[in-house]
Design a protein around this ligand. Sequence first.
Ligand code: ADP
Ligand code: NA
Length: 326
Amino acid sequence: MNRVFSGMRPTGKLHIGHLAGALTNWTRLQDDYDCYYGIVDWHALMSDYADTSRLGENCREVLLDWLGSGIDPERSSIFIQSHVVEHAELALALGMITPLGWLERCPTYKEQILNLQNKDLGTYAFLGYPVLMAADILLYRSEKVPVGEDQSAHLEITREIARRFNYFYGPIFPEPETLLTPTPKVPGTDGRKMSKSYGNSINISDELPEIWQKMRTMKTDPARERRSDPGDPDKCPVWDLHRVFNPDGGEREELASGCRSAAIGCIDCKKRLFSHVERYLAPIQERRRHYEGRPELLDEVLHHGAEKARKVARETMAAVREALGL
Ligand code: ADP
Ligand code: NA
């Protein structure tokens, strides 16, 4: 079976944008691929090195959200990046052949350096973020990598690094293909892309009353000031969420035309959305709670996942060491 690697930084509780934009895809891939899913704690340290006190707790939250979403520890290897030391070792090896210019030209690097926000990201490690990401993927000789569009520039560097390594030392790595998510931009409550840093998230683990509270106050088409004003669904983030979480095409049609003619008010439209999100999240939250009360089970998942990952990682590193003459 072909292998897939993907990772997320442990930034705390995940939101329904992560769920629809990444995790739904990840769970589906388990049917056709040997999947390696890493909670990439080294990557988190690269931008949040000044205060690491929440790192462990954040890893736990991500793990719970993954397990809740249906990432299955029996089928996939779920692990913490730093537990498989070969990630760091391969990053060092790949660094030998990575030209500085590739990293300096990387759009995320240029962007971050411009928005320093009182954090100093002018570090050696932060510049090298794409090299560690390449190591994460190439360590499993992954054929496919499910990522969001925001990561496709990094994946291009991964392919270039693989190509250059193979050119110098022989054909060790496949050039991984991008599997773009079908749902790239789930909007948050303010209409911008849902993101923890905007404070516009609905979390996977939020209690239902909290979710309703967030939806009730969500922005809609600004032209619809009063109940009697007609609206345009294409300017409404609530509508965008219907398109992601409401599987009933007939109802969506009814809501869209009801919005345009002002036959349906925003609150009713939000109530319908809420019931679909509630249904979508019910099995996920239930599974999450099952794991939440069993810390020993979580440890076991991570232990077992790291063992499986290490097995492949060691094989790759043996080939890499031999190729390098180490
Ligand atoms: P990281 O720093 O680990 O990349 P992000 O929170 O930026 O963390 O994203 C993790 C994954 O979730 C990425 O694949 C990203 O594209 C996806 N994702 C994040 N937010 C959204 C969103 N609002 N809509 C769709 N996908 C999202
Ligand atoms: Na990202």
